[in-house]
Design a protein around this ligand. Structure first.
Ligand code: MTE
Ligand code: MO
Length: 421
């Protein structure tokens, strides 16, 4: 699981300017050479480098990982990787009919008939159809995001159309390489309608071969994985090798076992990144965090500082009666992080202006947003500190979907003590 501290390391470049403005830098434990000209200080301070190298996107090797397989499919020796299609040169993708509920396909792609899609075939599709979009990867059972990526691939529908489906097609089942052991197999599925057509403003489901401008590593699911923009991680099957088109009307996801909601769109929720445990009265208290922007967007991030001896309201499971106050959602970063070559976005990212390279809207859906606030004049005492989002429908976290198995989004709570000076 991705730890919040490493997220904070990436994040501090972004928020430092904000915290400086708020006069909170001393409280962060960041050393400035003088308290005068903030910009000049930034140039002197080694931490200023972090400002220049803003890391909105997560480096591929810094992602949290959720994987199964013994051994892990990408850890085989090279010869075996080649034999099982786990290298770009040897990779093959089948698109075949489900024998139990077959659609009519005029040109199935199979290894047996030597028609499976190979890397060159995929790159040929990419010349015409490649798309790039930002997406946060989160396990619906995790406490927070695994990483924020810029993913590149070919829309899944362009691959499916190669197989010339004609009729009786309702769902797409897809599978990762699993050491030819059924117990290790990971699979997911989508309604064919979602694959063939994107609701306005939404990204296509992609057969993905790049993360942050570089070919996918085995650990990140390479050579090729599925990426489903609006969904939790389990829909984004790694080591993709087989697509089964079916007329079956139901989901067959691995995650259906384990009580997970397999039709869940990503939710909007907030998490802390940095917050001091103890401060001295009179010091400003800097707080930073992240929000995952789910299907209903993000309007606000709020915090509630509750004195520890103040009782909770009765029958208020979701803390709606708290004295919530707004934080500041941070603007798009000026640079996009060490995850990208030169910290620059590649051309033609969906949702970004081609000229300026800036996002057309902010915050972006199914992506990360950062927030920060500085608390001042907090009386000595012990507190519970909480954060929550308000989505673009004005609904406060964890509503409208508070159930854990469709994506964990409970309100996070940490302790804070303000000591007498
Ligand atoms: N083949 C395969 N794909 C998989 C998995 C897996 O175990 N095997 N785990 C899934 C789950 S549950 C999640 S949350 C995401 C995590 O993606 P990441 O490891 O790249 O962060 O991968 C998904 N794809
Ligand atoms: Mo997951």
């Amino acid at each position: 699981m991705r730890d919040l501290e490493s997220l904070w390391m990436e994040h501090q470049g972004l928020t430092r300017r904000y915290l400086l403005r708020m006069g909170a830098i001393g409280a962060m434990g960041l050393v400035l050479r003088s308290s005068g000209d903030v910009l000049a200080d930034e140039k002197l301070d080694p931490l200023a480098d972090a400002v220049a190298k803003l890391e909105y996107f997560t480096r591929a090797d810094a992602f949290g990982t959720v994987e199964r397989g013994t051994p892990l499919p990408y850890s085989h020796p090279l010869e075996k990787l080649q034999e099982v299609g786990m290298t770009r040169e040897t990779w093959k993708l089948e698109v075949v009919a489900d024998p139990d509920a077959p659609p009519k396909l005029d040109a199935p792609l199979s290894k047996e008939s030597k028609t499976a899609l190979d890397w060159d075939g995929l790159m040929k599709l990419a010349e015409k159809h490649a798309v790039r979009f930002p997406k946060i990867m989160t396990c619906n059972n995790g406490g927070g995001p695994l990483g924020m990526g810029l993913w590149e691939g070919v829309p899944l529908r362009n691959v499916i159309w190669l197989a010339k489906p004609v009729s009786d097609l309702r769902r797409v089942f897809y599978y990762g390489y699993h050491n030819d052991d059924l117990r290790q197999r990971f699979q997911s599925s989508l309604p064919v309608g979602r694959v063939l057509e994107d609701p306005p403003g939404e990204h296509p489901v992609i057969v993905c071969y790049k993360l942050n401008g570089e070919f996918l590593s085995g650990k990140r699911g390479g050579p090729v994985r599925m990426v489903v923009p609006e969904a939790y991680g389990f829909k984004s099957v790694k080591w993709l090798q087989r697509i089964v088109l079916t007329n079956a009307p139901y989901a067959n996801d691995t995650y259906a076992n384990g009580n997970n909601d397999v039709d869940s769109w990503m939710k909007t929720f907030a998490r802390f990144i940095s917050h001091p445990a103890t401060v001295t009265a009179g010091q400003p208290i800097p707080i930073t965090g992240l929000a995952q922007v789910g299907i209903s967007g993000l309007k606000k991030v709020q915090y509630w500082l509750q004195p520890a001896d103040q009782p909770l309201a009765a029958d208020d499971t979701y803390f709606t009666q708290g004295a919530w106050k707004d934080t500041e959602i941070l603007a798009p970063p000026k640079t996009w992080g060490s995850g990208l070559p030169d910290g620059k976005l590649p051309p033609q990212v969906r949702g970004f202006h081609p000229e300026t390279g800036q996002p057309q809207t902010w915050p972006l859906r199914y992506a990360l947003a950062h927030w920060a606030v500085v608390l001042k004049d907090v009386a000595p005492g012990k507190y519970q500190l909480r954060c929550r989002t308000i989505d673009a429908n004005d609904i406060a976290q964890p509503m409208p979907r508070p159930f854990a198995k469709s994506g964990r989004n409970s309100i996070q709570q940490v302790e804070l003590e303000v000591k007498t000076a």
